[in-house]
Every structure is written in structure tokens, then in C-alpha cells.
Ligand binder design. Structure first.
Ligand code: BG6
Ligand code: MG
Length: 220
């Protein structure tokens, strides 16, 4: 039985995955490390510093910069990202997400947020959907970032729901991996090949339907 549904934020509730991509891409170009959307899949769901390390490794520049320089790069990316999220309004909720959350609530199922972002509270606030969440766990309170399951486990603990009664919803490979390692049922939003580890994949948020998830969950 499903007792809680725990959402990723960036790329699931709203399309901030695109803003992260644009900001990293800009920084990458400044560092002489251009990359495309295919490489970007490896950054989704991954923490800020780990994302930077992956970009530097991709450009064979892992050992070129001091820790101080790396922190400046990460800071620069975050400033660009913060500019982009200033424009967010409730209209930026992805299609069907608010109806889906309402449906979950009506079914007496709890809702959690498990985000790798330190900007999660700002984004949720700008979207005006804070009241849907029974708990919010963000990057500020977890030690290990996705694909480590910590953020999902912590959300379930705070909801007081056993892991096997939880469903996680993710758009990132690292995120789906985190959900599976947490012993939860994973719903992927996006490309079925990229999210092959998920128990159920829908191509977009408007296809998230509680009945479909309940059925797949009980067949699992
Ligand atoms: C995740 C995003 O939610 O948060 C990643 O999918 C991002 O792309 C990570 O790097 C960290 O975000 P922030 O806002 O703390 O830099
Ligand atoms: Mg995401």
C-alpha cells in the first residue's frame, strides 16, 4: 500500500532542471568546456560541487584548479541560477503536477520533497506550493547526495512512513538510483531508456496518474 509519495523538485515539480543546465553550460563555456544535453543527464540530481567536478573531469581539467577557484566557479554558477529562478511564478508548475498533488492528498497519502538543491525552499516558495508538502528535505540537511538514498530515507523518516510504503518521483538517473537504494518504488519522468532503473516511467508530468502508479505498485 502506498502511504507516501516523495517528489524530487528540479525537473519534476518545475522545469528548473533547464535553468541548472543553462547556468552550468554558461560556466562550462567560460572554462573552455562546452557540453550538450546528453552529458547534462549526468549532472541531473547531483549536488553543486559534484556537478562542477563532473564538468571539470569531462574537460580533463580535474587537477587544474585550486579548491578556492572551484568554490568561486560554483558560486558563479549559483549566481546565474539564482537570477533565473527569480522569474518563477505559480504558472511555472509543470503540467498536471498540482492536480496530481491534490489527488494524492484526497487519497490520504502523504507528500514529501527530497531535493539535492540548496535553493529548494526559494523555488517552492515562488511556486506557491509549500502547503502541499508534509515534509521538505533539502541539500542543507543531508550529508550524502544522490545517488545516495539519504535524502529519500530522511523524508520517509520525517513522514513516519516505512520505506516499502513510499514512492519516489524523479527525472534524474542519480535520483532513480537513490530511490531504488532506499528500497522504494521508483517512478521516472522522462526518457524510458535513460531512466531504465525506474519501476515505472512516464514521459511527462501530465501522465502522472495515481491509479496507474497504484496498479504498478501492487503488481511489483
Ligand atoms: C538538484 C539538481 O536538484 O540540485 C542539480 O537536479 C543541482 O542539477 C542540485 O546541481 C544542486 O542544486 P543547488 O541549487 O544547491 O546548486
Ligand atoms: Mg531532478
Amino acid at each position: 500500500e502506498i502511504k507516501a509519495i516523495i517528489f524530487d523538485l528540479d525537473g519534476v515539480i518545475t522545469d528548473t532542471a533547464e535553468y541548472h543546465y543553462l547556468a552550468w553550460k554558461q560556466l562550462g563555456e567560460e572554462l573552455g568546456i562546452p557540453f550538450d544535453r546528453t552529458f547534462n543527464e549526468q549532472l541531473k540530481g547531483v549536488s553543486r560541487m559534484e556537478s562542477l567536478e563532473r564538468i571539470l573531469a569531462y574537460g580533463n581539467k580535474s587537477n587544474v584548479y585550486t579548491m578556492e577557484e572551484k568554490e568561486q566557479f560554483a558560486e558563479k554558477k549559483n549566481e546565474m541560477y539564482k537570477q533565473l529562478i527569480q522569474k518563477i511564478t505559480p504558472k511555472d508548475l509543470l503540467p498536471g503536477i498540482e492536480n496530481f498533488m491534490r489527488e494524492i492528498k484526497e487519497n490520504g497519502i502523504k507528500i514529501g520533497l527530497a531535493s539535492a538543491s540548496k535553493n529548494a525552499f526559494t523555488v517552492i516558495e515562488r511556486l506557491g506550493v509549500g502547503h502541499y508538502f508534509d515534509t521538505i528535505v533539502d541539500a542543507a540537511t543531508v550529508k550524502n547526495s544522490k545517488p545516495d538514498p539519504e535524502v529519500f530515507l530522511k523524508a520517509a523518516d520525517q513522514l513516519n512512513v516505512p520505506y516499502e510504503n513510499c514512492v519516489g518521483v524523479e527525472d534524474a538517473q542519480a535520483g532513480v538510483e537513490a530511490i531504488k537504494r532506499a528500497g522504494m518504488f521508483a517512478v521516472g519522468v522522462g526518457n524510458a531508456e535513460q531512466l531504465a532503473r525506474a519501476d515505472l516511467v512516464v514521459s511527462c508530468t501530465s501522465d502522472l496518474k495515481l491509479d496507474d502508479i497504484k496498479r504498478a505498485f501492487s503488481e511489483n
